[in-house]
Design a protein around this ligand. Structure first.
Ligand SMILES: Nc1ncnc2c1ncn2[C@@H]1O[C@H](COP(=O)(O)OP(=O)(O)O)[C@@H](O)[C@H]1O
Ligand SMILES: [Mg+2]
Length: 255
């Protein structure tokens, strides 16, 4: 297994006492897999991303990546969030190369730019490399954010609701771009989402979490095959899968 979350317990200290957020959370992700974590708002999903990336240490239990315990932030991870947070004074290309300026200081400027251009081509934004973030639509900004999260060729990509603020059509475009990126770049992906269609369209496996404190309620292998088309989202099979996931979320929330 590539990534293992082993019996994780986590709580936050608040003014009104300890808030239990994760309770005996265990799951594993094979190398190259695409996993979606779904669960009710506030159940602890973003906390899980912080534990996986080493930004936070669990109170009990451990996270292992390639058998190694995660004890501090790692450069072999890429992350993207709902808010793309691009630097307004840098153009698109220079926003994407930013992580390389930090983790690959010795690489030449030419190499960094070539890598950023490779990704811009994959997401269809070649003509916008000199644009400023303010000149881009929400969907375009999110494409740039995805390029930035992948520029250093991370082993693991963690996506925390990156498509959450986009309109339905833009979302579907981005989902297809995600498949394209996954095919071309060799990463393992953990997607946090509350959108069940998104989870079904993108993931190989979906993990449903209970309400807080979160643990695994249900796991489902998505039976849609590797090459998915937007039409697959409107099939009876998909509708049935989504209905089943919804049911499990209700059960998990009641616990
Ligand atoms: N640093 C923190 N200090 C105290 N409470 C926190 C902190 N971060 C998150 N929480 C609380 O932990 C719970 C889970 O948060 P989060 O992981 O962000 O949930 P989700 O991403 O599933 O919506 C929420 O109740 C939130 O208020
Ligand atoms: Mg969150």
């Amino acid at each position: 297994m590539h990534i293992e979350s082993k019996n994780i317990f986590h709580d936050f200290s608040t003014e009104s006492g300890d808030l239990p957020v994760l309770r005996d959370l265990s799951f594993s992700v094979a190398k190259g897999a695409f996993i979606a974590l779904v669960g009710p708002s506030g159940c602890g999903k973003s906390t899980i991303t912080k534990l996986l990336s080493g930004l936070l240490q669990p109170k009990k239990g451990e996270v292992l990546i390639s058998g190694e315990k995660v004890i501090n932030p790692r450069s072999s991870i890429g992350m993207a969030f709902q808010n793309p947070v691009l630097l307004e004074w840098r153009n698109v290309l220079d926003n994407i190369t930013l992580p390389l300026e930090i983790v690959a200081k010795s690489s030449s400027v030419g190499k960094r730019k070539a890598r950023a251009r490779e990704l811009l081509k994959l997401v269809g934004l070649t003509e916008f490399e000199t644009s400023k973030p303010s000149e881009l639509s929400g969907g375009m900004k999110q494409r740039v954010s995805l390029c930035r999260s992948l520029v250093h060729k991370p082993e693991l990509l963690i996506l925390d609701e990156p498509f959450g603020a986009l309109d339905a059509f833009t979302k579907e475009d981005l989902w297809q771009t995600m498949h394209q990126l996954k095919r071309e770049e060799n990463f393992t992906c953990i997607l946090i989402t509350h959108d069940l269609r998104e989870a079904v369209f993108l993931a190989d496996e979906i993990i449903v979490l209970t309400g807080r404190p979160a643990k695994v309620q249900y796991k489902l292998e998505v039976a849609l095959g590797k090459h998915r088309k937007i039409e697959d989202l409107y099939s009876t099979k998909t509708a049935k899968t989504i209905a089943m996931l919804r049911k499990q979320i209700e059960i998990g929330q009641a616990r």
